[in-house]
Design a protein around this ligand. Sequence first.
Ligand code: 13P
Length: 249
Amino acid sequence: MRNKIVAGNWKMNKNMAGTDALLAELSAKLPNTHAKVMVSPTFVNLAGAVRQLEGSEIEVISQNMHFAESGAYTGEISADMLLDIGIKTVILGHSERRAYFGETDEILKKKVEAALANNMTVMFCFGEELQDRKSGNHFSVVESQLKNALFDLDPSAWSSIILAYEPVWAIGTGETASPEQAQEMHAFIRKTIATAFDQTIADNVSILYGGSVKPSNAEEIFSKPDVDGGLIGGAALAADDFIAIIKAI
Ligand code: 13P
């Protein structure tokens, strides 16, 4: 059975004091929920966040990692370094990494394989740009993003994969995909995985929606049968909003 998940992608926000304060507020207000709750502060605040949340239900996850085990990659962080401080899940393929830092499907494939080889869980992000949707190519773009990074994986690897469909046109724009658009794409993603692998794998993978999820629209999006939760950006930075989104699931 797939899990319900609400994850906060904090992006390049919150210094150490801000991280401490937001985590303290989230911990104090966390509702009872069947969903897995995850937060991803910046690299420099991950170790502190893990310490602060020790014994909590909230999992601290990373926004990125490099594919190499170690070596001359100035400014980069390896799987081993993340594991060493207690991080077991990594977000890979976020559209901001693809757009601003040149991360291609080929690089992402290496990162996914490196994370899995280190027994980490991968939250793999993908999604079409506005022009793809306008030209009706959104399904083929999404299919090729999945195929290029994930379809050479061993079927057993899928128990360590979480998918996050984030249409680029909905990220940080206030323009959310309609619940129907999200459901349509999530069902397509599941069907694509069933065809490439099998129906059990497709049925068991959690597929999150991301892109301008907020307290006012979360419940309707989460009510769709193929939407297993959300990857939340801006609204994850305010405890009350994030808590309201967790309650919506
Ligand atoms: P927003 O919720 O701010 O649109 O960001 C979504 C996102 O990019 C999460 O990874």
